[in-house]
Design a binder for this molecule. Structure first.
Ligand code: HEM
Length: 397
């Protein structure tokens, strides 16, 4: 009797598992088919600005300032995002010699030209935490002494061209409206539920929840060992593009980073220090661009959609060389903290486009100005001009 019961229970469990497996496969297949249908066909190559965007942007700025205040580190006000830096390092960005003439715009107009730059490497979270915690990792690049009028009329940034990225190819929201509703829900303590704003299944964002989960990834072995993406689109002269920075160890003398102790809270800074300062070994990247082909689903107004590399592969526009250097000093760390990166510190040829970029214009400016003003009293030293910081080693090229 008991044996028959166990056999019956075994069969029932087996059948339930099979049904669940089938349902999961069918769900996955349906999802793939749905998105293949939804994300097909031509898209606009111009920006489309919703009427309520300005109001939503103002509300988002208020929320961001509130968060900055909550995450104060002792007396200093940190960034609202990417608060923890692994370091700011000097870099050189050299436009490649044989760049396609169609890509020669803005800072890429002169093949062979080398720009001096600052590179800030960071964790994405709003307050500093152990590096082993799952997170996005950021890279912000500031090219210096760039002539020409910029999109933001601030004299402090008049000669800068910034590139601001993190290491996932897509963003967890599509536009400003979704950012606002998601942000507001998260502020109320909702996590996964922030992606399900109402009982109406049409408002559920399973795909965006998956993106958010994937964005919070384990740390790379070093901040110079991961690919950083613009995620949002930009102009490059008449073209619409996305850009990214990929590690290019083949452009540098061979180097193997000794295994790091990932239990240490700041092991990403340690890895950078080990390579650049102790082992005196340079790091190399390539800056690449991907052109929009509006005949395919490569939207301007949806940062949650990756542009297909099969349709439009990335093309290298410049090589980035991070020379061996000493960067981990109190003075340079404070200087780094006080830097402001903003994708709108840009030449018109590199104009940020799309809703998420329009939002970033006001938010970065407001948060940066707020923390700079709040920190002014705390500053123990006035940051020196980047160009005048000590050059510990001459560039290799
Ligand atoms: C395409 C999507 C985005 C990317 C790739 C990105 C990347 C980054 C990175 C790398 C930083 C650190 C910059 C530094 O090192 O100083 C940063 C800072 C920041 N991000 Fe974003 N971000 C994106 C979208 C957003 C959005 C939608 C918002 C909010 C509306 C936002 C708000 C901020 C703020 C407030 C800061 C700090 C600015 C400062 O205090 O200087 N970001 N972001």
């Amino acid at each position: 009797m008991l044996k028959r019961f166990w056999l019956w229970l075994g069969r029932l469990l087996g059948k339930t598992l099979l049904i669940l497996l089938f349902a999961a496969l069918a769900g996955w297949g349906l999802g793939e088919a749905y998105y293949a249908w939804k994300f097909s066909g031509p898209v606009a190559s111009d920006e489309e600005i919703p009427p309520d965007e300005a109001l939503l942007t103002r509300l988002i700025i208020d929320d961001a300032i509130r968060i900055v205040e909550q995450h104060r580190d002792n007396t200093r006000v940190l960034r609202d995002a990417h608060a923890k830096a692994h370091g700011c390092v000097r870099a050189e960005v050299q436009v490649i010699e044989n760049l396609d003439p169609a890509l020669r715009h803005g800072v890429f107009s002169e093949p062979g030209h080398t720009w001096q730059a600052w590179m800030r490497l960071s964790n994405g979270n709003a307050y500093p935490q152990f590096d082993r915690v799952r997170d996005a990792r950021g890279m912000a690049l500031k090219l210096l002494d760039v002539p020409g009028e910029k999109l933001m009329k601030s004299s402090a940034h008049a000669r800068e061209q910034d590139f601001v990225m993190f290491n996932h190819p897509v963003f967890f929201v599509r536009d400003v409206a979704e950012y606002r509703s998601n942000f507001a829900a998260q502020a109320e303590g909702k996590k996964a539920l922030a992606f399900f704003p109402s009982w109406d299944p049409r408002s559920w964002e399973f795909r965006h929840l998956l993106i958010a989960l994937k964005t919070l990834a384990p740390a790379p072995e070093s901040p110079v060992a991961t690919t950083y993406n613009s995620i949002a689109p930009f102009k490059l002269g008449p073209l619409n593009i996305k850009y990214r920075v990929v590690p290019a160890p083949q452009n540098c003398p061979p180097y193997e980073l000794p295994e790091q102790n990932t239990d240490l809270p700041n092991f990403l800074r340690n890895a950078l220090y080990q390579q650049l300062s102790l082992d005196r070994s340079a790091a190399c990247f390539e800056l690449q661009v991907q052109r929009q082909n509006p005949e395919h689903y490569m939207p301007i107004e949806d940062t949650s959609v990756e542009w297909s590399e099969a349709v439009s592969p990335f093309e290298t526009a410049a090589r980035i060389h991070v020379p061996a250097q000493d960067f981990d000093t109190r003075e340079q760390n404070l200087f780094c903290d006080n830097l402001s990166f903003n994708p709108w510190h840009a030449l018109p040829e590199h104009r940020p486009i799309g809703g998420i970029n329009r939002l970033r214009k006001s938010v970065y400016e407001a948060v940066s100005a707020y923390r700079q003003q709040r920190n002014a009293a705390d500053q123990v030293a006035t940051p020196r001009e980047p160009e005048r910081l000590p050059m510990t080693e001459q560039p290799a090229h």
